[in-house]
Write a protein that binds this ligand. Structure first.
Ligand SMILES: NC(=O)c1ccc[n+]([C@@H]2O[C@H](COP(=O)([O-])OP(=O)(O)OC[C@H]3O[C@@H](n4cnc5c(N)ncnc54)[C@H](OP(=O)(O)O)[C@@H]3O)[C@@H](O)[C@H]2O)c1
Length: 307
């Protein structure tokens, strides 16, 4: 009897897939319905994992995706900046999978200062992405782990007013020519020019909100934990709409991650055309469209749908 493909084995194959040809080489075949399935029998967990991450694997060489873990009332940390942990272990594993599928993981200066994060892949198998610290004012301390632990390549992005430019050992420094170069679109282009086309914007709220507001994101993962903080560091904030009918309602799908709920928003319809990324995704992610056609409903998962 053929052994079933389990979730760990499926992830081992998925994490290296970037093209449809690569998907076929990894053992995915057409399901006859516009999507892909494993040619051998797979466990429900492996099927669910594949449905969740294959669209991202096939998102093309230019893809910007963001994540936030937040409370029910919309905060990503307490008022003191404590974010350990807003969401549960399943979401941590999800975050590490997102890192493993990215060329680069970017955080804003606020997160680098508050959390001193490692930004490496530890909760699942995978390769560490390049760590990018967006720090226009050069306020992230030189003794921060990302600059000293040598765990992964690191790029420190500082503004033109940072002088003299510090050069921590083993850390690449990108000095932006002007303030406008910190705009999400220009940053993504600068990273792509360095071979870092697939970028996870990991936080915090200010940084992810700017990428969202500038329509630079193609996919947004928001995990909501059943906890109320009352106040704290806000998650998504951008100029809102006066009337509900004009609110953003992108296609989405949901899944349960332990006690948390993951919302995955497809922002491609909102993405600024012309940066190559949206077009690339549409071309490269033929199979990703499958997610809106093929319901994989384990743990409350739902296909992407237009709300
Ligand atoms: N729960 C989660 O998922 C999660 C994830 C990450 C972080 N966090 C928490 O979030 C908090 C930090 O978040 P935050 O929103 O305060 O800060 P943040 O987004 O980490 O950093 C914001 C800062 O980054 C720089 N920046 C970001 N985008 C920029 C752009 N496009 N142009 C110019 N500068 C840009 C600016 O630095 P300057 O101010 O120096 O100009 C800005 O003030 C921490 O408490 C952390 O623990 C939670």
């Amino acid at each position: 009897m053929t052994e079933e493909l389990d979730a760990a084995a499926a992830w081992d194959r998925l994490r290296d897939i970037r093209t449809t040809a690569g998907a076929h080489a990894a053992g995915l075949v057409s399901d006859g319905d516009g999507g892909l399935r494993w040619k051998e029998p797979a466990t429900p967990e492996a099927v669910e994992l594949t449905a969740r991450y294959l669209p991202l694997c096939l998102a093309g060489p230019r893809a910007a995706f963001a994540q936030l873990g937040q409370s029910l009332d919309g905060f990503i940390a307490t008022r003191t900046g404590d974010a350990d942990f807003v969401t549960g272990p399943e979401d941590r594993c999800h975050l590490h999978r997102l890192r493993a599928l990215a060329d680069a993981v970017l955080v804003g200066a606020g997160t680098a200062v508050a959390d001193d994060p490692r930004l490496t892949v530890r909760a699942c198998a995978g390769t560490n992405p390049v760590r990018v610290v967006l720090d226009p004012r050069g306020r992230v301390p030189l003794h921060s782990g990302v600059f000293t632990d040598g765990a992964a390549p690191t790029l420190w992005v500082v503004g033109p007013d940072v002088t003299p430019v510090p050069r921590p050992d083993g850390v690449d420094v990108l000095v932006l020519p002007d303030a406008a170069a910190a705009s999400p679109g220009r940053l993504l282009a600068a990273l792509a020019a360095r071979g870092l086309g697939r970028v996870l914007i990991e936080g915090g709220g200010v940084t992810v909100s700017r990428f969202l507001q500038d329509r630079a994101l193609h996919r947004l993962y928001v995990t909501v934990a059943p906890v109320l903080l009352g106040d704290g560091v806000p998650g998504l904030r951008f100029p809102g709409t006066p009337v509900m009918r004009e609110a953003l309602r992108p296609p989405l799908r949901r899944a349960l991650l332990g006690e948390d709920t993951l919302f995955e928003l497809d922002l491609r319809p909102l993405a600024t055309p012309g940066d190559g990324a949206a077009d690339e995704q549409d071309r490269g992610a033929g199979q990703a469209r499958h997610e809106s056609q093929h319901a994989v409903d384990h743990g409350g998962g739902e296909p992407l749908r237009r709300a």
